[in-house]
Design a protein around this ligand. Structure first.
Ligand code: CUA
Length: 311
């Protein structure tokens, strides 16, 4: 959201965001003032020293004072900018001692979050207000980039190494996450949402992460999980062609596999395909792109209930 005190910039949702914006505005006004001064001097010289009939230009000699000023002036200014930028960077790059560690795994095409207690969620993360959080980023396949505009943070998730970012959320509500590094077909759909809640609600969320929301039928929860776990980035529900088989009419069907055999789409096949997608690959889908999903039985049952409704 644009607010009048930090025009053009998204709403500040973390401790570091204000520091980054202040630095940005400092550089911005610094540049505006210097541009104005340089243009003014230039215009003055254009008019004052323009060619006039009968006036001969005289060569200008060495001027030690001027040369010292335009050499060391900018050096000092740039040293100040570097100092301010480095200070903000270091302050935000180093996680607080009591930071909660969240593992973030990027893969084509979703963000997997793992809480300190081992609970995992895809594309949604819930964190407590005013609690420093350290995000430890990695990638299972290609380079992704974890971008949280509300926290003014963007860092690549690179296969084969860990990178990290940290911030403290300062407002209840949602923080949008984007993937900011082109990573294939569904790059633009690689979105996640961080929910900032009170510490009590955070505890409640952790306790109920693997259970069906109250009052929801299994197939309704399954429809939610289909989106939440980003199944929808590779599997359509209306028969349209996507990187993975469509779910429309999939349940109960006899599926041909890449190795020439067939399998009936039942509970066991669906469960295996979610937990170990490489075990049986459907014919025509030779590049097995699907990553393994760590879902609980209750969640898989809900997805199956949803699949059954897609006739
Ligand atoms: Cu992941 Cu773009």
């Amino acid at each position: 959201m644009v607010s009048p005190d930090n025009f053009q910039l998204p709403e500040q949702l973390s401790t570091g965001a204000a520091e980054v914006d202040d630095l940005y505005m400092f550089v911005y006004w610094f540049s505006v003032i210097f541009t104005a001064v340089i243009v003014a001097v230039m215009l003055y010289c254009i008019v004052k020293f323009r060619r006039r009939p009968g006036v001969k230009a005289e060569p200008v000699g060495h001027n030690l004072v001027l040369e010292l000023v335009w050499t060391f002036g900018p050096v000092i200014f740039i040293a100040i900018l570097f100092h301010l930028g480095f200070k903000v960077y270091v302050h935000n790059a180093v996680a607080a001692e009591n930071a909660m560690e969240i593992r973030v795994r990027g893969r084509q095409w979703l963000w997997e979050f793992e809480y300190p207690n081992g609970t995992r969620e895809n594309n949604e993360l819930t964190i407590p207000l005013n609690q420093p959080v350290k995000f430890i980023l990695s990638s299972d396949d290609v380079i992704h980039s974890f971008y949280v505009p509300g926290a003014r943070w963007k860092r690549d998730a690179v296969p084969g190494m860990y990178t990290n970012i940290s911030f403290t959320p300062t407002k209840l509500g949602n923080m949008q996450v984007f993937c900011a590094e082109y990573c294939g077909t569904s790059h633009s759909g690689m979105l996640a949402m961080i929910h900032v809640v009170t510490p009590e609600d955070f505890q409640k969320h952790l306790d109920s992460a693997d259970k069906a929301p109250e009052g929801k039928k299994p197939e309704e929860w399954g429809a939610e999980l289909y989106k939440k776990n980003a199944c929808n980035t590779c599997h359509s529900i209306d028969g349209s062609k996507m990187p993975g088989p469509t779910w429309k009419g999939l349940w109960g069907k006899t599926e041909s596999l890449a190795d020439g055999s067939t399998v009936v789409v039942d509970e066991n096949y669906v469960k295996e395909s979610i937990l170990k997608p490489q075990a049986k690959i459907a014919a025509g889908f030779t590049t097995a792109q699907m990553p393994p999903f760590t879902l609980k039985d209750a969640q898989i049952d809900a997805i199956i209930a949803y699949m059954k409704t897609l006739k």
